[in-house]
Every structure is written in C-alpha cells, then in structure tokens.
Design a protein around this ligand. Structure first.
Ligand code: MN
Length: 203
C-alpha cells in the first residue's frame, strides 16, 4: 500500500451555507485556516518522523514529536467529522428519526431530555475541546462525553455519532465570549443523517 499525505477534505457545503447560525467568516478561518494548519502540521510531523528514522535529525524530543502528531492528526480528523456532522441552514436541526431517534427515546425517555443533557455538557465544558455523542456497541448505549483539547478523555473504539467544536476559533468572530449563544445556534445545523450513517456502520 502506498503511503499518503493527509489532505484537507472538501467541505460538504459552501462556506456560507450555515449562515446565519455560523458565519461565512468563521467557516473561512476555521476551515481554510485552522483545519488546513492541522493537516499541514500532521504532514510536517510525519516528515520529521521520517527524517528521524533515516538518521537525518539528531537531538530530537520524541515525546514532543508524538504529542504534535496526536494533536494535529486528531485536529484534522475531528474537524473532518465536524463539517459532515452539520447540515446547511434549513436542512439541519430538528429531531433525529430512525435508529438514533429510537435509541434516544429508549435511553433518555425523550429527545428533549437528551437535548438538555447534551446542551448542559456543551455549556459546562471548561477550556478548549469538543462535546461528542459516542456509541458503545458493547453496551448498546449512547454516551455524551467531551474530548478536551483534541485528545484528552476520548474512549478508545467508541465511534463519534455527533460532535461540536467548542474551541474559541469556532465561534469568537461572530459570538465573541457568548459561547452559549453559539451552542444554542448549533442546534439549528446539527445533521442527524450523519449520526444515522455512523450508527448503521457500527451496529
Ligand atoms: Mn476547530
């Protein structure tokens, strides 16, 4: 198998598709700036590892190199999921049907209870990170969780069914320090078709 570089994936919609909930300016900086930087950082770190392997780089800090790799690769992969987990204004939001709708009813009693818990999780995250909905095939349960930074707390093997970026760069240009307003707006662009696709793959 040929070794490849990481690549910035195409956005599944235009930069202004999430307006008015998430502005075109945010999407431009977030996708073309931040996400691209994670892709470049991941590729640069792999180049560095290759040069270490070849003996071309001396006096390296391997723990630091690995930390850079995890930060940038996860940054790339989490953003790739995040874009797909949102849908253009008018096409997203609402309640999930299908498998996820049934699972939420069964586990939380109602969508409103789930929505409240997921919102509480998003609004109570301190510092920098993500709120995610995970699925554990072993228990059949959904788990609301957070990934601090790009990697702390993430449970191995549990696929991400839904995901929200809560880094300041995800909302500051439009919402300033009012993260709660961004969180409330996000519910209008959540893409439940993405969640359903993930669940079907892992059930
Ligand atoms: Mn981000």
């Amino acid at each position: 198998m040929d070794l490849k570089k990481y690549e910035l994936p195409n956005l599944p919609y235009s930069l202004d598709a999430l307006e008015p909930y998430i502005s075109k300016d945010i999407m431009d900086v977030h996708y073309n700036g931040h996400h691209k930087a994670y892709v470049n950082g991941a590729n640069a770190t792999i180049d560095k590892i290759n040069s270490i392997v070849k003996g071309e780089t001396k006096g390296y800090d391997l723990a630091g190199v690995v930390r850079n790799l995890v930060f940038n690769v996860n940054g790339h992969k989490l953003h790739s999921l995040f874009w797909r987990a949102m849908a253009p204004s008018g096409k997203g939001g609402g309640k999930p049907g299908g498998i996820l709708g049934d699972m939420i009813e069964k586990q939380y009693g109602s969508f409103d209870t789930f929505k409240q818990l997921f919102t509480d999780s998003m609004k109570s995250l301190t510092g920098t990170g993500w709120t995610v909905l995970l699925f554990d095939k072993e228990t059949g349960r959904l788990e609301i969780s957070t990934i601090e930074n790009h990697f702390i707390n993430h449970i191995a093997e549990l696929p991400i069914v839904q995901i929200v970026d809560e880094f300041e760069h995800a909302y500051y240009l439009q919402y300033k320090n009012n993260r709660n307003a961004y969180i409330d707006a996000w519910w209008n662009v959540v893409n439940w078709d993405f969640s359903e696709e993930v669940l079907k793959r892992y059930l």
